[in-house]
Design a protein around this ligand. Structure first.
Ligand code: PLP
Length: 232
C-alpha cells in the first residue's frame, strides 16, 4: 500500500459517505470518518494525513500507545476503539482524545483519574452490545441509564455518545435492526445529558456496513480495511 493507493481508497470511501448521505437526506458534515489503522505501519497514517485525514482509530492499547508516541506532536485525533484493560488505561489516558469502548463504570473512573493526573480531557462513548454475541464487548442496554447518571459529575471525561458493532453477517436486515436498536437507545437516553454527559454521537458502521449505518443515524464511522487494505 503506497500513498497513492491510500489516497484513492480515502477518496472512494468519502464518495460512498457522500452518496449514502445524499440518499438518506443527511449532511455529510455530520459524519466523522475515523480511519482504523490497527496492524498497519505509521507510514500509512502519515499518507492518510497528507490527504487531510485527522481521526485515527486503534483497537489495542499497546499499539495505540506506541503509535501516539511515534507520531507525537502531529495533528491527529486518536480514538481507542478496542477492548480495554484497567491496568493499561494509564498508558493512554494522558494523550488519547476519544475512547469508544467503555463498557463499565470502572473504566470511566480510571480514565477520569488518569486524565486528571495529566491535566488532559477524554471524550468517551459507551459501547453497547447490540448484537447479543458473547464475544463482542459492550454493556447491556439495561445498564446504560445508571452508567450515564454516574458519569454526569466527571471533570476530565465527557460521555459524548454510544458505540456499537453489528453482527458480522451478510444478512442486511439483521445489521440494520441492530443499528436501529443503537439509535433508539441513543434517543431514549438523550434525556440524561447533563454535566459531563452530552450525548451527540453514534459510532457505528465499518467497511462492510457503513451505508446502512449512515441510513440509521451514525455520526462516526470506523473504517479500516477499505482505507488501509485487508489485514492478515
Ligand atoms: C477493526 C475495527 C474496525 C474497522 O473494521 P473494517 O472492517 O476493517 O473497516 C471498526 N471498529 C472496531 C471496533 C474494530 O476493531
Amino acid at each position: 500500500m503506497d500513498s497513492h493507493q491510500i489516497s484513492s481508497n480515502l477518496a472512494t470511501v468519502k464518495q460512498r459517505i457522500s452518496k449514502a448521505c445524499a440518499d438518506a437526506g443527511r449532511d455529510p458534515n455530520e459524519i466523522t470518518l475515523v480511519a482504523v489503522s490497527k496492524t498497519k505501519p505509521t507510514s500509512y497514517i502519515e499518507y492518510a494525513m497528507e490527504h487531510k485525514q485527522v481521526h485515527f482509530g486503534e483497537n489495542r492499547m499497546q499499539e495505540l500507545d506506541d503509535k501516539m508516541t511515534e507520531l507525537a506532536g502531529k495533528n491527529i485525533e486518536w480514538h481507542m476503539i478496542g477492548n480495554l484493560q484497567t491496568n493499561k488505561i494509564k498508558f493512554i489516558a494522558d494523550r488519547v482524545h476519544w475512547v469508544h469502548s467503555i463498557e463499565k463504570l470502572k473504566y470511566l473512573k480510571e480514565f477520569e483519574k488518569r486524565a486528571a493526573d495529566a491535566n488532559h480531557h477524554v471524550k468517551a462513548l459507551i459501547q453497547v452490545n447490540i448484537s447479543n454475541e458473547k464475544q463482542k464487548g459492550g454493556c447491556k442496554p439495561e445498564a446504560l441509564k445508571d452508567l450515564l447518571l454516574a458519569s454526569q459529575s466527571f471533570k476530565h471525561v465527557t460521555v459524548c455518545g454510544l458505540m456499537g458493532m453489528a453482527t458480522f453477517t451478510d444478512d442486511e436486515s439483521e445489521v440494520r435492526s441492530e443499528f436501529k436498536l443503537l439509535k433508539s437507545l441513543f434517543d431514549e437516553h438523550k434525556q440524561y445529558s447533563e454535566g459531563s454527559v452530552q450525548l451527540e454521537h453514534i459510532s457505528m458502521g465499518m467497511s462492510n456496513d457503513m451505508e446502512i449505518a449512515i441510513q440509521e443515524g451514525a455520526t462516526m464511522l470506523r473504517i479500516g480495511s477499505d482505507i488501509f487494505g485487508a489485514r492478515n
